[in-house]
Ligand binder design. Structure first.
Ligand SMILES: NC(=O)c1ccc[n+]([C@@H]2O[C@H](COP(=O)([O-])OP(=O)(O)OC[C@H]3O[C@@H](n4cnc5c(N)ncnc54)[C@H](O)[C@@H]3O)[C@@H](O)[C@H]2O)c1
Length: 252
């Protein structure tokens, strides 16, 4: 039986990569999907509709509060409510590897604006709706890099550390409203972003795999089961947690 029948889910950054896999996976469980992405999410939305699902694409920059408010208003107009928010959009692979001394202040700020303030803006915009509904599910996407302190990506890893902290703070503030807030920390995943970034050489990917208990490449579909679990009533007594889904690389 489908676990998310008629639930309305906003998935940010779902035009491609891991977010698109989340959108497809939640739709397969019966959820109506809003793809909120600064890039074109039409193809992902059309694919879901062709599979007899419900999906719309709303162009959204998660770091722009007006965009986020408009996207949530469009969600209500189209589907009537918001039950699930997946904060997946982030700057990641395109950042490339660089020593922290070589990260400019402007780049640091843009990573924080999208990766940290974006999820904050989205949570702020949906919380009143979820409160009025008597509950909801927020799932933030962190990263296993937080638990390893991966070098040459300081701004990114710091932003994902903030996501772990934000998940805990939101869980505390929203528990009385029946809203669960959890996070998934993926390992290095063969998303569109990673596949398009030459820094992720076969040697780098192999070295990462060697650190896993399950030594194979991680693909976006590997994350979908955990996402469905955190969006469904199966996880109703779980909040404030960060689940590492990385083939047993980090263990915490
Ligand atoms: N791929 C990995 O190895 C990996 C590992 C750990 C965590 N993650 C996290 O998983 C998530 C997805 O990563 P991915 O590898 O699929 O990325 P990706 O680069 O393939 O896709 C990211 C999507 O986010 C969108 N986006 C970027 N900035 C945005 C903004 N301001 N507003 C709205 N949308 C925006 C992009 O247009 C794109 O569609 C990210 O949060 C990333 O940090 C990825």
């Amino acid at each position: 039986m489908q676990k998310l029948i008629d639930k309305v889910a906003i998935v940010t950054g779902a035009a491609q990569g891991i977010g698109a896999a989340f959108a497809r996976g939640l739709a397969a469980e019966g959820a109506k999907i809003v793809i909120a992405d600064v890039g074109d999410g039409t193809a992902t939305a059309n694919e879901i509709v062709r599979s007899n699902g419900a999906a719309i694409y709303v162009k959204t920059d998660v770091s722009n509060p007006d965009d986020v408010k408009a996207m949530v208003a469009r969600t209500i107009a189209e589907f009537g409510s918001v039950d699930i928010l997946v904060n997946n959009a982030a700057l990641f692979a395109k950042l490339g590897a660089k020593k922290f001394q070589d990260i400019s202040s402007a780049e640091f700020d843009s990573v924080m604006a999208i990766n940290v303030r974006g999820p904050f803006e989205c949570a702020k915009a949906v919380a009143p709706i979820m409160k009025a509904n008597g509950g909801g599910k927020i799932v933030n996407i962190a990263s296993s890099t937080v638990f390893k302190g991966v070098p040459n990506l300081l701004h990114y890893v710091s932003s994902k550390g903030a996501i772990v902290a934000m998940t805990r703070c939101l869980a505390r503030e929203l528990g009385d409203d029946g809203i669960n807030v959890n996070a998934i920390a993926p390992g290095l995943t063969m998303s569109d972003g990673v596949l398009g970034q030459p820094d992720y050489t076969p040697e780098y990917i192999q070295a990462n795999m060697n650190g896993r208990a399950l030594r194979r490449k991680q693909i976006p579909a590997d994350l979908v089961g955990a996402m469905v679990f955190l969006c469904s009533s199966d996880s109703d007594f779980m909040t404030g947690q960060t689940m590492a889904v990385d083939g047993g690389n980090v263990m915490h």
